[in-house]
Design a protein around this ligand. Structure first.
Ligand code: ATP
Length: 247
């Protein structure tokens, strides 16, 4: 039923700087409680799609000029990022890991800026530490002196401090060693299974993403060119030839 669809992106066009057409009619749906991967090479439009959903386009001089985006049936394409955080949608941006000069714990607490209840915040912090024991071990370390993997975990942890139901995760594997990528994806899987967090994740690492996602969409030049169940895509000859060889 329609109620099970948490995100419904319907034919969106996105233009940057009033002239550069980057998304040329993108449609996708994200069912509640699933992990959906948005795949494709550099510049395909994955980040732009996530930004459209989380309303982060404005800061980049971009705009949704056609189509609609619905969160549980409510139109959201004209909302602000904080409207979306209040509705449980948060984005973990690619490469923007943590505030370098703050400790891991200060970074996590910074994620709770919209919330007031101290008891709830500290319970949430414990929950994040429970999923990311590495962050707990490094809680008093300045983020600048932690590893790339720990900083990626910190960025995800900070997003979790907003208590989201939907996390938009942009290239979590970026710049990380395969073993750390695996560790990050294991935690994503755990959060999905135990906390029922829905994920829409953009990845160039098709192979890894399809091992953890339920469903995948493949983008090329601002369009979805293929979609299917993760297992189906992994076994698809075209996907194998064009995307799985990449990693
Ligand atoms: P990547 O993995 O490199 O982030 P992507 O699939 O996420 O790739 P986007 O970042 O969405 O792709 O970029 C899609 C296209 O939009 C690219 O051609 C890019 O150059 C262009 N683009 C992205 N951001 C902007 C911007 N702020 N202004 C103008 N053009 C942009």
């Amino acid at each position: 039923s329609n109620q099970d669809i948490v995100l419904d992106v319907n034919g969106i066009e996105v233009i940057y700087n009033h002239v550069i057409l980057v998304l040329k009619g993108v449609s996708l749906t994200v069912p509640a409680g699933r992990v959906v991967a948005l795949l494709g090479g550099n510049g395909a439009g994955k980040t732009t799609t996530l930004r459209a959903v989380s309303s982060l386009l404005k800061g980049e001089r971009g705009a949704v000029t056609k189509g609609s985006i619905e969160l549980r049936g409510e139109r959201i394409e004209n909302m602000t990022p904080s409207d979306l955080v209040q509705r449980g949608v948060v984005q973990v941006m690619e490469g923007r890991h943590c505030f370098a000069h703050l400790t891991i714990e200060e970074n996590l607490l910074a994620g709770a800026y919209t919330r007031r209840d101290r008891g709830e915040i500290s319970a949430n912090l414990e929950k994040v530490y429970n999923y990311f024991p590495r962050l707990k071990a490094r809680r008093t370390s300045q983020a600048a002196y932690t590893s790339g993997g720990e900083q990626q975990m910190c960025a995800i942890g900070r997003a979790l401090m907003t208590n989201p139901s939907v996390v938009l995760l942009d290239e979590p594997s970026m710049g990380l060693a395969p073993q750390i990528v695996e560790e990050v994806f294991e935690i994503v899987r755990d959060l999905n299974a135990k906390e029922n967090v829905t994920f829409l994740l953009a990845e160039q690492n098709t192979n890894m993403a399809l091992r953890y996602a339920d469903y995948g969409y493949i983008m090329e030049s601002g369009r979805i060119v293929m979609d299917g169940a993760a297992d189906e895509l992994r076994n698809n000859e075209d996907v194998k030839e064009f995307y799985l060889g990449m990693y």
